[in-house]
Design a protein. Structure first.
Length: 316
């Protein structure tokens, strides 16, 4: 756990977490559109993750910190100081990117984010209370509980604001992805403490996620056949690079915020960006503008309630 002299100011940590959310929303729309164009969400997810892995490998080899971190990773695994479960964060990343490729092109970014909100909120509260994250046991205060309740209220607004013309599995998968994201952030944060750099923790995430998605895409292609052709627009392939940056950032910030607060702030950024994206580029089953704006307002309120260090006034 960082000492007070090394702890980031809360507004800096929360600003970085909100940026994670914005990048997540953009990545979701890019990967969702790639899945629509390929008519195969699994192949789209593998392309996104594999491109991120290539970029991250080059960066890790080029930077001294990356090479040193990988050396500490190898020795930690060999000497059993780094348990196997710390290497499994990539499975959650694979689920998230696969969900983007399968569902976001149909339900939109905002509705995808709604499911993620619910999963992150519930899992974040539990993980912080159990002390699973790198910052140890984080007290479940009244403010944090109310923040979680408000985040769930944003979910309710989205689901009751209009008819959702999408299969049930498209709504369940984002919830599962949200649970996985909260666990992934905590796991990557703990791995980052062992290897000394978020760069190596992110590399481990992309190696594991790429392997999971390679298997999933291979099975799917064997069953239904390969996509006819790859689209030529370069922007459809930036999802991997966005994933590299925001997973790296989450591994660096979670020790300063705790799992729940990181999730809530990133959700606020993700919701705000998703409203803009869905306004500019509406999806067939996305919520209306009024519903989306109300959802963002409640989610932002949840971050404020959870983040502000409410104190009782002393009696005079």
């Amino acid at each position: 756990m960082p000492t007070e002299s090394r702890r980031l100011p809360v507004w800096v940590a929360l600003g970085g977490a909100a940026l994670i959310g914005v990048m997540t929303a953009v990545q979701a729309r890019v990967n969702g559109q790639l899945g629509v164009r390929l008519e195969d969400g699994f192949v789209a997810a593998f392309i996104s993750f594999a491109s991120g892995l290539v970029l991250l490998t080059v960066i890790s080899l080029a930077l001294p910190g990356g090479r040193a971190g990988f050396a500490r990773l190898a020795s930690g695994v060999r000497e059993r100081r780094i348990p196997f479960w710390m290497l499994c964060g990539g499975a959650a990343g694979a689920l998230t990117v696969a969900t983007q490729g399968l569902a976001v092109g149909i339900i939109g970014v905002a509705l995808f984010t709604v499911g993620v909100v619910a999963g992150q909120t519930i899992c974040g509260l539990v993980l912080d209370r159990l002390g699973y994250g790198p910052s140890g046991v984080v007290a479940v205060t009244t403010g944090r509980v109310l923040g979680g309740v408000l985040a769930l209220a944003a979910v309710g607004i989205a689901l009751t604001g209009g008819a959702v013309d999408a299969p049930l599995w498209m709504l369940v998968l984002p919830f599962a992805a949200g649970v996985g994201i909260a666990w992934q952030q905590a796991t990557n944060g703990r791995l980052r403490q062992r290897v000394g750099t978020p760069l190596t923790a992110t590399l481990v995430n992309f190696i594991g996620g790429s392997l999971c998605l390679l298997i999933a895409a291979g099975v799917h292609v064997a069953l239904v056949g390969a996509p006819a052709a790859l689209p030529t627009e370069p922007w459809l392939y930036v999802g991997g690079a966005l994933g590299v940056f925001y997973i790296f950032l989450s591994a660096a910030l979670v020790v300063h915020t705790g799992v729940l607060l990181l999730g809530l702030a990133s959700v606020a950024g993700q919701l705000a960006a998703s409203v803009v994206l869905d306004l500019v580029w509406p999806a067939p089953a996305g919520p209306g503008t009024g519903t989306a704006l109300a959802m963002v307002a409640v989610a932002l309120a949840s971050v404020v309630v959870a983040a502000v260090p409410w104190r009782r006034r002393r009696a005079r």
